[in-house]
Design a protein around this ligand. Structure first.
Ligand SMILES: Nc1ncnc2c1ncn2[C@@H]1O[C@H](COP(=O)(O)OP(=O)(O)OP(=O)(O)O)[C@@H](O)[C@H]1O
Ligand SMILES: Cc1cn([C@H]2C[C@H](O)[C@@H](COP(=O)(O)O)O2)c(=O)[nH]c1=O
Length: 211
């Protein structure tokens, strides 16, 4: 593997993404890759400022969606595209599927408008859209995810939402994975960490990016 590779980690809050993203980055680094570990919303100084607003301030769904895509645009231009052009591995804790799941599924915001914003923000100069090469979707019942997060940290605006919200978010992720099956690998996250980790490794090995 020598070219740039873009891997995103997705799932509802508490599904277990962050538990596996750093160890996978370390493993790839140990095999000689340069890995850029990043997150959304965030990943640049500007996008981190937007994150602080989006995760803590009440706002209408359009404002929320626009902030997510504004942060994403800066992230793509400042971090993701340069890293991929340099042949690095970019691993992002969330990307656009989160907008379709949270703002589209959770908030019920117009999916067609999200699609237009996606086209605008992720268009490539050579044509087509920037999308992850692989998306690991951690799937876990919202009740279990909430139990895992309870007491771990003070909940932000999204983590404070009821289980019903996360059911809609999960349905949003499911719809997205059905629409783009070649890019998604579903990870059953309701198992012990070691079993989940083995599936993460298998997904990346399956792409030929890890020995
Ligand atoms: N397989 C597992 N079994 C039990 N607990 C787990 C498992 N994986 C992770 N956890 C625990 O669940 C909590 C949430 O995990 P983690 O932070 O990785 O989730 P996340 O998807 O990154 O959440 P968020 O999107 O809210 O940041 C943590 O306390 C973590 O230690
Ligand atoms: C990219 C993106 C994220 N969100 C939400 C999802 C989470 O609740 C937070 C990010 O917190 P995390 O601990 O880093 O997972 O933001 C969203 O609603 N829309 C998005 O596009």
């Amino acid at each position: 593997m020598t070219g740039g590779v873009f891997i995103s980690f997705e799932g509802i809050d508490g599904a277990g993404k962050s538990t596996h993203i750093a160890p996978l980055a370390e493993l790839l680094r140990a095999q000689g890759r340069t890995v850029v570990l990043t997150r959304e919303p965030g990943g640049t100084p500007l996008a981190e400022k937007i994150r602080a607003l989006a995760l803590n301030e009440a706002m209408d769904p359009l404002a929320e969606a626009l902030l997510m895509f504004a942060a994403r645009r800066d992230h793509l231009q400042q971090v993701i595209e340069p890293a991929l052009a340099a042949g690095h591995v970019v691993m992002s804790d969330r990307f656009t599927d989160a907008t379709f799941a949270y703002q589209g599924g959770g908030r019920g915001f117009d999916l067609a408008v999200l699609g237009q914003l996606e086209q605008l923000v992720q268009a490539l100069p050579q044509g087509g859209l920037r999308q992850p090469d692989l998306t690991l979707l951690f799937e876990l019942a919202p009740e279990v995810a909430a139990q895992r997060l309870a007491g771990v940290r003070a909940p932000d605006k999204f983590e404070s939402q009821p289980v019903a919200f996360f059911r809609k978010v999960a349905a949003g992720y499911d719809a997205r994975a059905r629409q783009q099956p070649a890019r998604f690998v579903r990870i059953a996250a309701d198992r012990p960490r070691d079993a989940v980790w083995e599936d993460v490794l298998a997904a990346v090995r399956g792409k030929g990016w890890l020995q």
